[in-house]
Design a protein around this ligand. Structure first.
Ligand SMILES: *[C@@H]1O[C@H](CO)[C@@H](O)[C@H](O)[C@H]1NC(C)=O
Ligand SMILES: *[C@@H]1O[C@H](CO)[C@@H](O)[C@H](O)[C@H]1NC(C)=O
Ligand SMILES: *[C@@H]1O[C@H](CO)[C@@H](O)[C@H](O)[C@H]1NC(C)=O
Ligand SMILES: *[C@@H]1O[C@H](CO)[C@@H](O)[C@H](O)[C@H]1NC(C)=O
Ligand SMILES: *[C@@H]1O[C@H](CO)[C@@H](O)[C@H](O)[C@H]1NC(C)=O
Ligand SMILES: *[C@@H]1O[C@H](CO)[C@@H](O)[C@H](O)[C@H]1NC(C)=O
Ligand SMILES: *[C@@H]1O[C@H](CO)[C@@H](O)[C@H](O)[C@H]1NC(C)=O
Ligand SMILES: *[C@@H]1O[C@H](CO)[C@@H](O)[C@H](O)[C@H]1NC(C)=O
Length: 701
């Protein structure tokens, strides 16, 4: 240990000497061909001294780190499968210390993981869009929760060579937290195969090909896209966060997210940021639609449409979450991680600083102006070569945004319905304005948790439409939204409330006419379990609705006790005719639509009531069935919301849902739901609550 403290006061630099670097051969980036490196001197201009944080002493423990590689594979199929299998085998063959985690919900991915045994597992519990694209912020949060020494995020078809392990092993010895990035390169053809244990690459003739041969092959063939989207990220499991602030809900594989992390990590300056593009051989076989993350569920809209939708979402997101996310990175804190003559160096070309690491001899400062020895020249050759290279630097986010200035493309109601409806042609519909966006998200997270995918969101205003698109929700805009509905107190009894509720019945009618059954659910309805099998069992010509009756005893179909915030309407002529009457009635009413439902279907003073829990509308023959309140309690029933453990109280009753109504004011409503634990969305990280731990870094913010 005693020698190591002095290892980090290093030398540099002579502009003159830089010119000589040109004679070094540089193949496009996998390794520096450097003569052996015996630096014993340091020329550090005093102005640079202590200006940057130095990679400090190495840890003494020499155990190799455990590494978990996180990736979001596409479904295993055809050419995609071949490439992903090769890449994943290349990772697993690197070391027994490497484990792999897939972010996916696709059955082909799950069965593939099973074939690989215990070193490969699947994490389906992150956030995905309705198109099946995983959210990058959710992937990162899950990876940060990993307990392995080093976490890696990589594209699923990026192949790694063994220099990955040596580089990571080296970085792991740093007694300082780091974030490592390495840009990936594409080649069109790689004529080697992995042998059966995945540890060696072999040529067609069966001969083993060593790492140097592979690198030599690669440097001739590879094309480094200086600012490709393909970047490998790795970090040690340390005490410092990767960056300041909250990662926006970027979609994985749609651009900008890697740039965002890098920019933020550099400007936050928590961790040493290392560009290891030259020490980690990582590449992928060119694929035809490499930009286009394949969607998990097949449906019929053009790829262009899907892609634009999501890429624009990311670009829009960059704008939404402040200038910081879209500014150009400041690379003055970036260190390039190089291997020069068998030794590792960290070079900061902006500040002209080199740290040759790992020397076992002490170094002394030498004054400027003395003739350089040949070894020093060689070192400077290395540096010079590096200075002329792009690496991950030189990425202009402006280029990525150039094409993305137009507005988000909407998906039509018809196409969303055909994508989303379940096999019974049933849709769960939520209608929401911007002031209910958090509640909408909690509702969506709950449905996702129940594995219900057949929901749609109708956006009442532009803000929530944009928000929902960015959150990956299947959303459409109501064609003629009532004006001014986004203010905070759009609650029961207000004029705003009346306008909003009237939209709901119209949208429901529109969807019924397109041939789909609708379960309309307000976003303040908490779902304990899936009510659809039960609700669909009533069949045609029955409208099944929640009762708003608060009296524990007595009939539940008394005047104006129909709650139009939770009802199931079957798509048939009778139901459509009846709902048309409701909509017509509502237009001429100065009240909300709820009384229109009751007055139209059950008669103004309940004249069409049938027994204690039904009505029969005589003109259309529609039956209204009021749902048992033990199973579908409203917010006033039995004081359920006042229970100490609301969840338990409802579960014991066998509730399907619980409506958070009968409370005045959006804030109180929100508070009641959050405090009761019937809340599924983390507003600060913009993710559904998951079973895995939140990042341990929250205390920083
Ligand atoms: C690498 O990708 C770029 C752009 O995606 C493409 O133009 C180039 O031909 C690819 N290179 C190879 C060797 O396939
Ligand atoms: C997809 O939609 C297009 C028109 O939008 C249609 O021509 C084509 O037949 C559809 N394909 C399938 C598989 O439904
Ligand atoms: C980049 O950051 C350094 C400090 O780390 C600062 O001195 C420099 O002015 C910054 N450059 C730009 C272009 O913001
Ligand atoms: C919207 O309604 C609120 C509350 O009634 C009112 O204060 C505000 O001025 C209205 N805005 C517009 C644009 O009408
Ligand atoms: C579809 O409808 C049938 C009969 O109404 C019902 O048994 C089944 O559970 C429904 N399926 C779903 C997914 O709701
Ligand atoms: C509840 O219903 C019972 C009869 O079913 C009635 O006697 C009682 O007055 C009602 N209570 C209220 C508060 O309306
Ligand atoms: C609503 O309209 C009815 C007549 O249709 C009228 O009697 C009542 O006063 C109106 N209420 C309000 C709040 O405007
Ligand atoms: C309603 O039912 C009655 C009796 O079953 C029948 O006579 C009448 O034609 C029906 N009306 C409609 C609109 O179907």
């Amino acid at each position: 240990m005693e020698a190591q403290h002095s290892l980090f006061f290093r030398f540099i630099y002579y502009k003159k000497a830089m010119q000589s670097g040109l004679r070094l051969v540089w193949f496009c980036g996998f390794f520096l061909i450097c003569v052996s490196f015996y630096a014993t001197q340091m020329l550090l201009p005093s102005s640079f001294k202590n200006q940057i944080k130095k990679p400090s002493v190495f840890r003494s423990d020499s155990s190799s780190p455990t590494i978990t590689i996180f990736t979001a594979p596409r479904p295993f199929d055809g050419l995609v499968e071949e490439k992903q299998v090769l890449a994943i085998r290349s990772w697993l063959g690197l070391s027994e210390n490497v484990n792999v985690v897939f972010f996916s919900q696709d059955p082909s991915v799950i069965s593939f993981a099973e074939d690989f045994g215990s070193r490969v597992s699947v994490e389906p519990n992150i956030d995905f869009t309705f198109l099946g694209t995983p959210f990058f912020h959710s992937m990162v949060a899950r990876s940060l929760a990993s307990s392995s020494d080093v976490s890696v995020l990589i594209d699923p078809d990026t192949i790694l060579l063994p220099d990955f392990i040596s580089t990571i092993g080296y970085a792991y010895k740093l007694d300082q937290d780091w974030l490592l990035v390495a840009s990936s390169q594409n080649i069109s053809h790689f004529p080697f195969h992995l042998n059966s244990n995945g540890k060696h690459w072999i040529a067609d003739d069966g001969k083993h090909i060593g790492i140097h041969k592979l690198q030599e092959f690669l440097v001739k063939k590879c094309h480094r896209k200086p600012c490709g989207d393909r970047i490998l990220l790795a970090w040690n499991n340390g005490d410092l966060p990767l960056h300041y602030g909250v990662l926006p809900p970027f979609l994985y594989g749609k651009g900008l997210h890697n740039h965002w992390i890098l920019t933020e990590a550099l400007s936050s300056d928590f961790r040493l940021v290392l560009d290891a593009s030259w020490t980690i051989s990582n590449f992928y076989l060119n694929d035809l639609d490499q930009e286009n993350y394949q969607l998990i569920k097949g449906f019929n809209i053009s790829d262009f449409h899907k892609r634009s939708w999501e890429i624009m979402g990311n670009s829009h997101l960059g704008r939404l979450y402040g200038s910081i996310s879209l500014r150009e990175a400041n690379y003055s804190n970036l260190f390039r991680f190089l291997k020069c003559g068998g030794n590792y160096l960290f070079v900061n070309t902006m500040k002209n600083i080199i740290y040759p690491l790992g020397y076992k001899r002490s170094l002394s400062l030498r004054k400027k102006g003395i003739t350089l020895s040949s070894t020093e020249e060689e070192i400077l050759d290395c540096v010079n070569v590096v200075k002329s290279l792009d690496g991950i630097k030189g990425c202009s986010v402006k280029d990525q945004l150039k094409l993305l200035t137009s507005i988000l493309l909407p998906l039509s109601l018809e196409s969303l319905l055909s994508m989303r409806a379940n096999q019974n042609k049933t849709i769960v519909l939520a209608v929401a304005g911007n002031s209910y966006k958090d509640m909408l998200m909690s509702w969506v997270c709950r449905l996702r948790h129940l594995q219900l995918e057949n929901f749609l969101v109708c956006a009442l205003d532009h803000e929530i439409y944009g928000f929902a698109v960015l959150q990956g929700l299947p959303v459409f805009k109501y064609a003629n939204p009532p004006t001014n509905i986004s203010f905070d107190n759009c609650h029961f009894g207000t004029e705003c409330f009346q306008k909003v509720t009237k939209v709901k019945s119209r949208v429901v009618l529109q969807i019924l006419k397109l041939g789909y059954n609708v379960l309309l659910s307000d976003v303040d309805v908490y779902w304990f379990k899936n009510p659809l099998p039960f609700l669909s069992s009533f069949g045609p010509a029955v409208l099944v609705a929640q009762s708003d009756e608060y009296n524990i005893t007595g009939p539940i179909n008394l005047p104006r006790r129909l709650n139009s915030g939770f009802y199931y309407a079957h798509s048939d002529g009778i139901t459509i005719a009846a709902l048309e009457k409701v909509v017509k009635h509502a237009v001429n009413s100065n009240l909300s639509e709820q009384p229109s439902f009751y007055d139209t279907l059950c008669g103004e003073s309940g004249s069409h009531r049938l027994g204690d829990d039904r009505c029969l509308e005589p003109e259309t023959n529609l039956t209204v069935y009021f749902l048992n309140r033990d199973l579908f309690p409203n917010g006033a029933y039995q004081g359920l919301w006042e229970e100490i453990n609301v969840k338990e109280a409802c579960t014991n009753k066998g509730c399907y849902i619980l409506h958070n109504n009968w409370i005045s004011g959006r804030k109180k409503k929100l508070e009641r739901q959050v405090l009761s634990g019937l809340w599924e969305y983390d507003i600060s990280t913009r993710m559904c609550l998951q079973s895995w731990p939140r990042t341990k870094f929250t205390s920083y913010f």
